[in-house]
Structure formats: structure tokens, C-alpha cells
Design a protein around this ligand. Structure first.
Ligand SMILES: [Zn+2]
Length: 232
């Protein structure tokens, strides 16, 4: 395994263990991937992803699966001698194809994001931090069975405009320019989902207007999301 890839694989394991320790996803659910930079001329998109059905505690860098998609032939492959990638690799591929700014993805069945997704709700702009996902809402992708093209297509549509989406009756997917930021966004969205759930107990939440959210989005772009979070 090339040095760069081994480094990414180690980061994936570190983040998987963190996700588990923080209780962000139950059992073997959830998965994490990172885009492998492509320096050659061939039209391929490659990413490293956690394998299917293996406890996060037992993962070694060699267990992280390199998935390669050939954009010309439309074929996707991995080393058949090694472990199989997460059964949800297809929506990771779709998110990378849809959004070139996304280099890392975290998928969880975290409690509150999943609760909202199971109520078939998107997260509306009840708090300015909703803009951390790239827009005025955190969208909901319609239900389709895991591993299906229909689910991947829904994710692709969401990731054209957002860095996070809920998947109805399933869970949460977040993407960012690196793994640390993707994990941070997962925690932000999970907290927003928890707050939204709590607000729903009080009645219909009050929402920020389009103009107010546009101002937040503009400010995030100017000052950076990190600063917005720390200072406000
Ligand atoms: Zn899942």
C-alpha cells in the first residue's frame, strides 16, 4: 500500500474508533471513507472505505478497502482477495462524483439524525448552524434500500448542493474536505437534530428567514465556518 494511502487508512481507523467511542453509531453500522488523490491521466475515482461487517476495534490499515471507479467504463472494482467494502460504498461514490470539494465522508445511524430521518423530515433553518451543511436546510433523501442505485441517486442529488443529508428511515451522511472536518460536521448535524427534536416537543419551531440564512451563508464563506462557530 502506498505511503499516502496507508496514512489515509490510519486516519479512517482513528475516526471510526472515535465515532464508536462517541456513541455516534450503534453496533457495526456506519462507515467512513476518504478520497484518494488522483494524479494520473486515467479517468478514475478512487477512495478508501471501511470494510463490511468488521468490528472497528479490530481494523488494521490493510483491512481498509481501496475502491476504484472507472469513469469511462462505469465499472467499479476492488481487490477481490481482500475484504469487501462496506455494502454502502455506492452512495460514497455518488457523493464524491457529485461534489468535487468533498474528500471524506462519514455515515452514521446516530440517534437524533436517524430519528428525524425516520419521521421523514428535513432539518429546517431553526438555528444558523444549519448552514454548516452548505445551505438553508439539511435535506432528506427519500427512502430506498441500502446499497441500491436509487439511494445513491438521491445522495448524489443532495450532495450537488449540500455537504450533509439525512436518508429517510436510515441515517446521516456528511462530507467535507478532510476526515477531521467530516467528523466535526457529523457531530454538528447530530446536535442540530437533537435540538430540532426537542423544539418539536414545544410546538412548531420558529425559523430563520431566507434572507437571514443567506447572510449566514455569506458570512461563513467570508470568515470560514470554524470562526463562525467559535466566536458566535
Ligand atoms: Zn447505513
Amino acid at each position: 500500500m502506498p505511503k499516502e494511502q496507508k496514512k489515509l487508512a490510519k486516519e479512517i481507523i482513528k475516526n471510526s474508533l472515535y465515532m464508536k467511542a462517541k456513541g455516534l453509531t450503534p453496533g457495526h453500522s456506519g462507515n467512513i471513507s476518504a478520497r484518494v488523490p488522483n494524479d494520473n491521466e486515467v479517468e478514475t475515482l478512487s477512495f478508501l472505505i471501511t470494510p463490511t461487517g468488521m468490528p472497528y476495534e479490530d481494523l488494521k490499515p490493510k483491512d481498509i478497502v481501496l475502491v476504484t471507479h472507472n469513469e469511462t467504463t462505469g465499472e467499479t472494482s476492488w481487490d477481490e482477495k481482500g475484504l469487501a467494502p462496506s455494502s454502502e460504498w455506492q452512495f460514497h461514490l455518488s457523493a464524491y462524483q457529485a461534489n468535487s470539494a468533498v474528500n471524506a465522508l462519514v455515515h452514521t445511524h446516530s440517534n437524533f439524525a436517524t430519528t428525524i430521518a425516520c419521521a421523514n423530515l428535513e432539518i429546517p433553518p431553526f438555528h444558523y448552524m444549519v448552514a454548516a451543511a452548505g445551505g438553508k436546510i439539511i435535506p432528506l433523501v427519500p427512502y430506498a434500500i441500502f446499497g441500491s442505485k436509487k439511494l445513491s441517486d438521491g445522495v448524489a442529488k443532495a450532495f450537488k448542493n449540500y455537504k450533509a443529508c439525512l436518508m429517510a428511515h436510515h441515517g446521516l451522511l456528511t462530507g467535507e474536505k478532510n476526515l477531521a472536518k467530516a467528523m466535526e460536521l457529523t457531530e454538528i448535524v447530530e446536535d442540530l437534530a437533537k435540538q430540532f427534536w426537542a423544539l418539536k416537543q414545544l410546538g412548531e419551531p420558529a425559523l430563520l428567514s431566507d434572507r437571514q440564512m443567506n447572510d449566514v451563508i455569506k458570512k461563513f464563506q467570508t470568515y470560514g465556518q470554524q470562526k463562525g462557530q467559535e466566536n458566535n
